[in-house]
Write a protein that binds this ligand. Structure first.
Ligand code: FES
Length: 263
């Protein structure tokens, strides 16, 4: 049976679009219905008409929504012509977005304590998770990993949402922890206990986090990044190998039970 498509096309007006860290931008746009419908961990796609090479929409996770103003916020990395063109869009410009797409985090309100583990731009869907945890009064800590301190973003936003400990893991040790996000996870496990791990970042980091979580017998969900062409289950460019066969990141994910993924 075909999967239900929850996404719709929405008009969007840019409210803010500014650089917040090396290589990272914060985009806020107005799209009230999308802001109302997005659930933590889901994503949307955005059209960037000014870049002729960007023939498909760009898939982006969201970091926050504001129902009162009808706006959606995303932190995105500028990594090619499409996202470069997106970073040049200015306040007041209009475009279209499609969403809500995919399936997000599934956290029971019975969970007592959660750990968010982000690598670089993986912070974006974890900020939407942090909002959910905060609303549900679930305690949480976070690790954000990046090569250097100037590539990190999200500490203030997490603290504002009630995150108790934020470990900033950098390769060069210019923050409060030297090492990878996975190293930071091992460090926190020496003194803390968690019953749920939510993670997003580069594949090697996700695999390491999934293995550490499995070793410690902690449930772990991972938001997987894949190349996406259509964003609604039609092209198979976003295949994810799982223990029960191939699935699509755009329709079955992007959030998967880490134990189900073939890493
Ligand atoms: S992006 Fe086309 S099937 Fe997932």
């Amino acid at each position: 049976m075909p999967k239900e498509l929850k996404a719709h096309i929405h008009a969007a007006r840019i409210c803010e679009n500014e650089q917040v860290a090396r290589g990272l931008w914060c985009l806020v746009f107005e799209a009230p219905e999308l802001a109302r419908d997005l659930e933590a961990g889901q994503f949307f796609t955005i059209a960037v008409a000014s870049e002729p090479r960007q023939v498909v929409r760009i898939p982006l996770s969201f970091s926050a929504v504001d129902m009162a103003s009808g706006t959606v916020e995303t932190i995105y990395a500028v990594i090619g012509p499409g996202t470069e063109a997106l970073s040049r869009m200015e306040r007041g410009e209009t475009t279209s977005v499609t969403g809500p797409c995919g399936n997000g985090w599934k956290v029971s309100s019975q969970i007592k304590r959660c750990l968010l583990v982000a690598g670089g731009i993986g912070i974006t869907p974890l900020l939407s998770a942090a909002t959910f945890l905060s609303r549900e009064n679930i305690a949480f800590d976070a690790i954000i990993g990046a090569r250097t301190a100037d590539m990190l973003w999200g500490e203030e936003a997490l603290s504002a949402l009630g995150c108790e400990t934020v470990l900033l893991a950098t390769d060069d040790g210019t923050t409060n922890f030297q090492g990878t996000a996975a190293d930071g996870f091992c460090e926190l496990l020496k003194t803390e206990t968690y019953d749920c791990i939510l993670t997003c970042g580069p594949p090697a980091m996700l695999q390491a986090v999934a293995e550490i979580a499995a070793g410690a017998n902690i449930a772990c969900q991972a938001s997987l990044e894949r190349n996406m062409t259509c964003g609604f289950g039609a092209c198979s460019t976003c295949a994810v190998q799982t223990k029960t066969g191939n699935k699509s990141a755009c329709m079955d994910g992007p959030v998967f039970n880490a134990k189900e993924v073939v890493w």
